[in-house]
Design a protein around this ligand. Structure first.
Ligand code: SF4
Length: 468
């Protein structure tokens, strides 16, 4: 446990996070977790966050050391897709029982690692600590070290018992496990001046595949994506990249910052959502590579690509713009950065009547202000009751949010579209913004809304309105 508490203190001291830097030393020690309101949903635990961050490494066996419910709760809940191996989607757990709690679960864990290696032979096994096994004192670091030495294969401890904190903290602790045990442990067959890492992109519903063809056209190679559609060897070789893009999230900022310190790989924070942000990100990648010594013809190539892709995307959005112009959107999103989506929707001619900024940083808020020009649209925290009222009074035509708030919209008989991490459609890149606009249009024009709003046949007839 001493090791875990040291790690937590390290993660709480994040010099690359402006929000963290603005805190006093005392506040920093308390971490980023806010006290929960009694009765409020707590969201994912640290273990859940680590599983989300690492499970997209597709050829690895992810073994959860704990009761089966921890694995059931966290298994593949993000639709992260693979272009090859499917090992990551097999649920491996030691399924701790009462007897293990009495006698300890270390031997069971060791046997589970052996069984996985015998049956599946993955390039590595990631072992996740959970609350129960941490509380009974199972030393997963020691078991992983012994198993690694015995079986000649990386067995990586991911020390993230759920009680350590919230999901976001788990993302960071997962990053620490990669920094401590994976990154820099292998060498790539060859390198090029155009090698980049993408950090914080998880290939949800295949979003990375909407961006990769653009990078291919620029001549850029993704040495490692941490961790969407990644292979273990790619992550292990990622220290040889020339530049890093951190995708619109501070969740793994510790990985980007430490890779810059250790290996001199500069990083920037960008977004793949919306036409403008996608183009900016491509430009920044090209510029950063040139700064690091790549031939500067990539700059011209990138501009030509941006011009043709933007023109194509606008032409595809045009027919929807007529139908969507002036439609009012309430945007309640945590996972996807609000400003990226705000910009994307405005590009399609829609009006944003409110956007949540609960999880946004100060820079995010400044950016939203810049785009929307009116601070009043920013909602710090909106209760389901207020959301319902806003929709019921038709102050918004559609709500874009995560699955948890969908029933508020459905109860108000208003259209709703899933935009968070559980979504089934990919919205990244130029291709993605066209899909997002098409999905909003489909949702708004679905005939089901007229049916659900019509009075039920068994309801008493409504009296005519006054004055008629
Ligand atoms: S809080 Fe603990 S017991 Fe619950 S899912 Fe997370 S690790 Fe498992």
């Amino acid at each position: 446990m001493a090791l875990l508490s040291e790690k937590l203190q390290q993660v709480f001291e994040e010099p690359a996070c402006a929000k963290n830097l603005a805190k006093s030393t005392k506040e920093r020690k308390q971490g980023c977790t806010k006290q929960l309101t009694p009765g409020a949903a707590a969201g994912g635990c640290a273990f859940d966050g680590a599983k989300i961050a690492l499970q997209p490494i597709t050829d690895v066996a992810h073994l959860v050391h704990g009761p089966i419910a921890c694995e059931g709760h966290s298994w593949d809940n993000r639709h992260s897709l693979s272009s090859g191996p499917g090992t990551y989607r097999t649920g491996f757990t030691t399924d701790i029982s009462e007897l293990d709690i009495v006698y300890g679960g270390e031997k069971r864990l060791y046997r589970a690692v052996k069984e996985i290696i015998d049956k599946y032979d993955p390039p590595a096994v990631f072992v996740y600590q959970t609350c129960v096994t941490a509380l009974i004192g199972d030393d997963i670091e020691a078991v992983c070290k012994a198993a690694s030495a015995k079986f000649g294969k990386p067995v990586i401890p991911v020390n993230v018992p759920g009680f350590a904190g919230v999901k976001n903290l788990g993302n960071k602790l997962a990053g620490e496990a990669l920094l401590d045990h994976v990154i820099g442990t292998q060498e790539p067959a060859f390198t090029t001046p155009y090698d980049i890492n993408i950090i914080g992109e998880f290939n949800l519903s295949g979003e990375l595949w909407q961006v990769k063809p653009l990078l291919d056209a620029m001549g850029v190679r993704v040495l490692a994506c941490i961790s969407g559609d990644a292979r273990y060897a790619e992550v292990a070789c990622s220290h040889r990249a020339r530049a890093t893009m951190m995708v619109c999230s501070k969740a793994m900022i510790n990985v980007a910052r430490k890779m810059e310190e250790r290996y001199g790989i500069p990083f920037f924070e960008g977004s793949f959502y919306g036409i403008g942000d996608m183009s900016d990100s491509l430009r920044q990648i090209a510029r950063l590579l040139v700064d690091r010594g790549a031939p500067d013809d990539i700059l011209g190539r990138t501009e030509r690509l941006i011009a043709s892709e933007e023109a194509r995307a606008w032409a595809r959005i045009e027919p929807y713009k007529q139908r969507l112009r002036g439609r009012k959107v309430l945007l309640i999103t945590g996972g996807v950065k609000s400003w990226s989506v705000v910009a994307a929707l405005q590009e399609a001619g829609m009006e944003i009547v409110g956007t949540s900024v609960k999880k946004s940083t100060r820079e995010d808020k400044d950016r939203i202000k810049e785009i929307m020009g009116d601070e009043a649209h920013m909602i710090d925290d909106m209760s389901p009751r207020e959301m319902y009222k806003m929709l019921k009074e038709a102050r918004a035509d559609i709500m874009l949010s995560g699955g948890r708030s969908q029933f508020v919209a459905l109860k108000a008989k208003m259209p709703w579209l899933d935009i968070n991490q559980e979504r089934h459609y990919a919205y990244a890149g130029y291709e993605g913004i066209v899909s997002l606009v098409a999905e909003i249009d489909k949702t708004l024009s679905n005939p089901v809304w007229d049916h659900v709003r019509a009075p039920a046949p068994w309801d008493p007839p409504q009296p005519p309105a006054a004055g008629m």
